[in-house]
Design a protein around this ligand. Structure first.
Ligand code: 3SK
Length: 520
């Protein structure tokens, strides 16, 4: 694979790759479709518009948008101008956005109309540097300081030249969450999405021009960004984008109406689809390949999907830091229950907790990865940068076992993070929120496997006064309380009221005892 040369701009690279496909469809969204010719023009209009607002190379703009064609147009438009888009999770709270506005020092925000009220609340709570807010698909009349996306595009002719960036230039940021502290601004270069598309999208999954790629994971996730943008646009394929939550019915509608050929989901989503009474019949859909990441795919789920559709689910693991999947099954050679082999182009090692000693086959070790798509650093966070990016290697925080057939099997996290429905959740953040409720004295949150073998959060709660409590009413109240204070997807799925929590002599909660208790 040819490495990006001295001069490389990822947006320009995609425009050049598709220069002879101007009539082909680049993306389909809830509003219609956009050709590759239209995509190129709109990317260059965004670049010119941002430049005209006075935003300069390397400055950041926030991208807080639901999946639709304006998302890739904005992301690539900023990159074309050498401006750095910070793509953020649309499911978070105004407090989270207030932090991100200040931390990234964003100069502008490109936001969906549906998310504008939350952004506006965040702006009143933060000492931000925003100069402009550009609103895609507004849902209410705009304030004079806000610009409507289409008017923004029409405000100046398309830029004629991309910023002369190189492959190592900062390209974009994604925020990555940890078990403690604020999310980390993970800096990716212009070359990184090129590498993920070449190594995984094209060479491993075999995505081609005639594919229609549909990702249940949204574009702001590293997984979704590859699935719904870098992979299809690198080969002139079509991305099918959907704003709404990927419920089984929403996914089925797209699978049957638009006949995508490649689907990207997470195990919880596949479980929901297979359990639904509305599951489409095999002859109603056109899938040739399915991908899974976000959490380990239970073997039974993969087998049932293959039985239903005759299509393999290619399970892999990636990370925000590596940008996409580095360990994966291979189309045509799927070993359900494992995460497959290192993706060619990446190396993996399993190490002891000392961070050096390698671990023999059959024993769990901490996973380290080396590959060309690794992020360069976390913005303004030297300690966590040093802990994660170690020389050429990146510590993933996952534990794996190396099997004798060369495959790897997931064996849990090496930190306290939980992966629920493919999204990281910190048990500490949920505990800290629960104990703010006036009825709660203490709380401990662990991961608990459901009947499908998928991790869900369970909170053990000690009440200040357990007498005269209606447990069902309090459970519902606590659920709402967490949803009101944190991103709603973080609420604990199970809650048990207990008299006390197991603790060490020094008062530390022994979560492992709660986990053991759940397994017995
Ligand atoms: O969760 C994963 O396995 C994943 C896959 C691709 C990109 C990013 C992530 C976190």
């Amino acid at each position: 694979i040819e490495a990006p040369g001295d001069s490389f701009n990822f947006a320009q690279h995609l425009i050049e790759r598709n220069a002879n496909r101007t009539e082909n469809i680049a993306c389909i969204d809830d509003y219609g479709s956009l050709s590759y010719g239209g995509l190129s023009e709109r990317i260059r209009e965004v670049a010119a518009g941002l430049r005209q607002l006075g935003i300069r190379r390397e400055e950041r703009v926030l991208l807080l948008m639901q999946d639709c064609a304006d998302w890739p147009v904005s992301f690539l438009g900023a990159m074309y101008a050498g401006i750095v888009p910070v793509a953020i999770n649309t499911l978070l709270t105004a407090d989270d956005y207030a932090y991100m506005l200040e931390h990234s020092r964003a100069q502008a925000v490109l936001v969906s109309g549906a998310l504008l009220p939350t952004l506006t609340a965040a702006m009143t709570r933060s000492d931000h540097e925003l100069q402009k807010v550009i609103v895609s698909h507004p849902e209410a009349p705009l304030h004079p300081s806000e610009i409507e996306f289409e008017a923004f595009l029409e405000s100046c002719p398309p830029a004629r030249k991309a910023a002369p960036t190189c492959g190592d230039d900062p390209g974009f940021w994604l925020y990555s969450s940890g078990s403690t502290g604020r999310p980390k601004g993970t800096i990716h270069t212009h070359a990184n999405p090129y590498w993920t598309a070449e190594l995984y999208g094209t060479r491993s999954l075999g995505i081609q021009e005639n594919d229609i790629c549909f990702s249940a994971a949204k574009l702001f996730f590293a997984y979704g960004l590859g699935n719904g943008l870098s992979f299809p646009f690198s080969v002139g394929a079509t991305a099918l984008l959907m704003a709404e939550r990927p419920t089984p019915d929403a996914v089925f509608k797209r699978l049957t109406d638009h006949q995508p050929t490649v689907f990207f989901g997470a195990p919880t989503g596949y479980a929901g689809m297979l359990a639904s009474p509305n599951l489409p019949a095999p002859d109603q859909i056109a899938l040739r390949l399915a991908s899974s990441a976000g959490e380990a795919l239970p073997a039974d789920l993969g087998q049932r999907f293959t039985q239903q559709y005759g299509v393999e689910i290619i399970d892999g693991i990636g990370s925000t830091e590596m940008l996409h999947i580095f360990l994966s099954n291979i189309p045509g050679d799927v070993r359900y229950g494992t995460t497959g082999w290192p993706v060619p182009g990446y190396e993996v090692e399993l190490r002891d907790e000392d961070g050096y000693t390698t671990i023999p086959d059959g024993e769990p070790g901490d996973l380290y990865i080396k590959g060309p798509s690794a992020a360069t650093m976390y913005w303004n966070n030297r300690d966590k940068t040093r802990d994660t990016f170690q020389g050429g290697w990146v510590k993933s925080g996952d534990k794996y076992i190396h099997n004798t057939d060369g495959t790897y099997t997931y064996s849990g996290r090496s930190d306290d993070m939980l992966k629920v429905s493919g999204i990281y959740v910190s048990p500490f953040e949920i505990e800290a929120t629960l104990i703010q409720h006036p009825a709660v004295l203490e709380a401990a949150v662990i991961g608990k496997e459901d009947a499908e073998g998928l991790t869900k959060t369970k909170a053990f709660i000690v009440l200040k006064d357990a007498s005269n409590v209606n447990e069902d009413t309090l459970r519902a109240e606590l659920k709402t309380f967490v949803k009101d204070h944190l991103a709603p997807y973080k609420y604990p799925r199970f809650m048990e009221f207990v008299e006390e929590l197991p603790k060490t002599a020094t008062g530390k909660i022994q979560r492992f005892k709660l986990r053991q208790q759940e397994q017995s």
